[in-house]
Design a protein around this ligand. Structure first.
Ligand code: ATP
Length: 328
């Protein structure tokens, strides 16, 4: 028999990403549209365990669609990884009368939701929120498009300095396991090389490429390096290696770090968040549970949590070839 959902909780969990506020707004307003009560759960699963809930209505989420970060705060909860912690969270949800939740986060947050669902048969739905775009089942995660725009803007600025001083810049961008950000900003900002976790370019090929670039008359070079690139050296070791082997360039390093996560979400991320929020709440209402909402061929789709967590998000290798051709 279909369980009637009367109160839905919404939380943000794991690393924050631009668009999380727009997703909270979408969940809250879709609940209001369907006359369902909505509760914001503060500080991810940590706040769930503590019963840190606040009732939200359509007006509670005014003026946040354009804000970075998350008004509900985010956290990584060790306690939620334990049976006792999850039991405490369940008791708090029951006490507040919350009968389903939407979690905005990454694969860790989805694993937590999946375990919780198995233990308590509690309806759960996920919205992928992470700038890395490393989640299977959606072509775009929330925050990814904004991060691409932020990084491209910064690389454009670094290029001004690089070309004024004949410098070679290694720019490290986020992407521990997947090089989505690196390949896209590499093409978008006209980088000479892109180093990613999926491929080991090799030091010799890197040097060859930089030499070719110099010989072709270029006054500066930008190499975009994903955090988890496979070449086996960190970005500072790469600088030392290239300086030892290529005296033609002054080499500099720029590690972009957390600035990639901040800022006002792009229009794309705001629209995506709005669509995902509607889909998540309406899926719960129709009795679905244990899924992540995602974008496929510009259609909102559902992927079971276990597939979203286990599956691998793949980069578009065509972009590497495009980059090779563009950096001639
Ligand atoms: P990001 O991509 O930013 O790292 P994430 O959602 O993957 O986001 P995690 O820190 O891995 O971030 O997970 C968020 C929270 O989900 C954890 O702090 C923990 O509370 C919960 N969680 C993760 N894995 C599990 C698990 N196996 N069992 C129960 N809870 C889990």
């Amino acid at each position: 028999m279909l369980q009637t959902i009367k109160k839905i909780g919404v939380l943000t969990s794991g690393g924050d990403a631009p668009g999380m506020n727009a997703a909270i707004r979408a969940v809250v307003r879709t609940c209001a549209f369907h006359s369902i009560k909505c509760y914001g759960i503060y500080r991810g699963y940590e706040g769930m365990i503590d019963g840190d809930f606040v009732e939200m209505d359509a007006r509670s989420v005014k003026g946040i669609i354009n804000k970075g970060g998350t008004i509900l705060k985010s956290a990584r909860s060790k306690a939620f990884r334990t049976v006792d912690g999850r039991k405490a969270a369940y008791e708090q949800l029951k006490k507040a009368g919350i009968d389903a939740f939407v979690v905005v986060g990454g694969d860790g947050s989805f694993t937590g939701a999946m375990v919780f669902n198995q233990e308590f048969n509690f309806p759960v739905m996920g919205i992928p929120g992470t700038i890395d775009n490393d989640i299977f089942g959606t072509t775009h995660t929330l925050g990814y498009d904004t991060a691409l725009n932020t990084v491209v803007e910064v690389i454009d600025k670094i290029r001004d300095t690089a070309s004024s001083h004949n410098r070679l810049f290694f720019i490290e961008v986020m992407g521990r396991d997947v090089g989505h950000i690196a390949v896209n900003v590499g093409v978008g900002a006209g980088a000479e090389e892109i180093l990613i976790p999926e491929e080991d370019l090799g030091l010799d090929r890197l040097l060859d490429s930089l030499r070719r670039s110099k010989a072709s008359g270029k006054s500066s070079s930008i190499v975009v390096v994903a955090e988890g690139d496979k070449i086996g050296k960190n970005v500072f070791e790469l600088k030392d290696y290239v300086e030892e082997n290529m005296t033609e360039y002054e080499v500099r390093v720029s590690v972009l770090g957390h600035m990639q996560r901040g800022g006002s979400p792009s229009c794309f991320d705001r629209v995506l968040a709005s669509r995902m929020g509607v889909k998540a709440v309406e899926s719960l209402i129709t009795g679905k549970s244990n899924y992540m909402v995602g974008l496929k061929n510009d259609v909102m789709d559902l992927t079971p949590f276990d597939q979203a967590v286990k599956g691998k998000s793949k980069i578009n290798k065509e972009l590497l070839r495009v980059s090779d051709i563009m950096s001639i």
